[in-house]
Design a protein around this ligand. Structure first.
Ligand code: ADP
Ligand code: MG
Length: 330
């Protein structure tokens, strides 16, 4: 059973950045306005995330990391109207099967916090009273310590750290009003640092650089025809003056960080057709769809989404991009 759990966990948690994505989503679900991350060895030695969200009640600590334990889904029907990012109660459980996990947390109105550690889904010992501030700090250590083959597959900690920065950058751009930071353990300087009060374009400047930020044009479009597609899209895209070798597409659908290769390719095609130099775009898009049109119940590792009337939606967005780009190319 333990081996089965470990294999299942390894599918949910494929690498340090996928563990971190789950932890960030939990912090956002907890209403955090500040999320700070510290990383050791590309996340393989340690991922530590500290938030100032609502914290975890002491009574919930014993079952926190049990599989299918979630505080976010009351009834099965909730799945249609779900507004939180998590709902499966799978992430923390999975992490404990392939790493050491400890939690320090305090809810509003408490005089002290609690620290608890977990292994294989189970609380080890008792939660211990400790000094804390409101919010939650989760520390994940020695990822894949018990999965030798997987651990050995990660030779390049630099690459894992880049993936971590990439995930945080995307959340930082999308979540205006939440400050994010990320640094390597033992360093003073943060590699990412955004402020809760800054605008989206300031966030883009601080994580993707001013060459991107100064060439952005706002874009929005929508459709409300059930026979075609129902969606709203808002964001910004690079203008005709921007030049890059690689596309960056930051895509959120119903506030979930996703990838959609057909949409990305469709946008790239517009840039390739209009711009003489084969410049690749920067695209940030936040799309809202009726929840019933998106398959939220896909496997948690799947960044690639599928949704209803995908082709019509892509066509509509492609048109909007084309129009904006032509306007900027005069
Ligand atoms: P899910 O997010 O699908 O509910 P997780 O395994 O990711 O499942 O988390 C389990 C539960 O732990 C959550 O439902 C939530 O109640 C609690 N939790 C996890 N992280 C935090 C956090 N940073 N702040 C407050 N509660 C948290
Ligand atoms: Mg979660």
């Amino acid at each position: 059973q333990e081996v089965v759990n470990r294999i299942a966990a390894g599918e949910v948690i494929q690498r340090p950045s996928s563990a971190l994505k789950e932890l960030i989503e939990n912090s956002l679900d907890a209403g955090a306005a500040a999320i700070n991350v510290v990383i050791k060895d590309g996340g393989l030695k340690m991922i530590q995330i500290t938030d100032n969200g609502h914290g975890i009640r002491p009574a919930d600590l014993p079952i926190l990391c049990e599989r299918h334990t979630t505080s976010k889904l009351k009834e099965f029907e909730d799945l249609q109207s779900i507004s939180t990012l998590g709902f499966r109660g799978e992430a923390l459980a999975s992490i404990t099967f392939v790493a050491h996990l400890s939690v320090v947390t305090m809810t509003a109105g408490q005089t002290h916090g609690y620290k608890a550690t977990y292994k294989d889904g189970v609380l080890e010992g008792e939660p211990k009273a400790c000094a804390a501030v409101k919010g939650t700090q989760i520390t994940v250590e020695n990822l894949f310590y018990n999965v030798t083959a997987r651990r050995k597959a990660f030779k390049n900690v630099g690459e894992e750290y880049s993936r971590i920065l990439d995930v945080i950058s995307r959340f930082a751009v999308h979540n205006e009003g939440v400050s994010f930071s990320c640094k390597k353990h033992g360093e003073n300087r943060a590699d990412i640092h955004t402020l809760a009060a800054s605008s989206r374009s300031e966030n883009i400047r601080s994580v993707y650089g001013s060459s991107v930020a100064r060439e952005l044009i706002p874009i929005e479009t929508s459709d409300d025809d059930p026979a075609r597609s129902r969606f709203k899209m808002g964001g910004c895209i690079s203008s005709a003056n921007y030049s890059a070798k690689k596309t960056i597409m930051v895509l959120f659908i119903n506030n979930r960080l996703v990838d959609c290769s057909p949409l990305k390719k469709a946008c790239e095609a517009v840039y390739a057709a209009i711009l003489p130099k084969a410049s690749k775009p920067f695209l940030y898009m936040s799309i809202t769809l009726p929840p019933e049109d998106v398959d939220v119940n896909v496997h948690p590792t799947k960044r690639e989404v599928s949704f209803l009337n995908q082709e019509a939606l892509i066509e509509a967005i492609q048109k909007a991009v084309e129009q904006k780009l032509l306007e900027s190319n005069t």
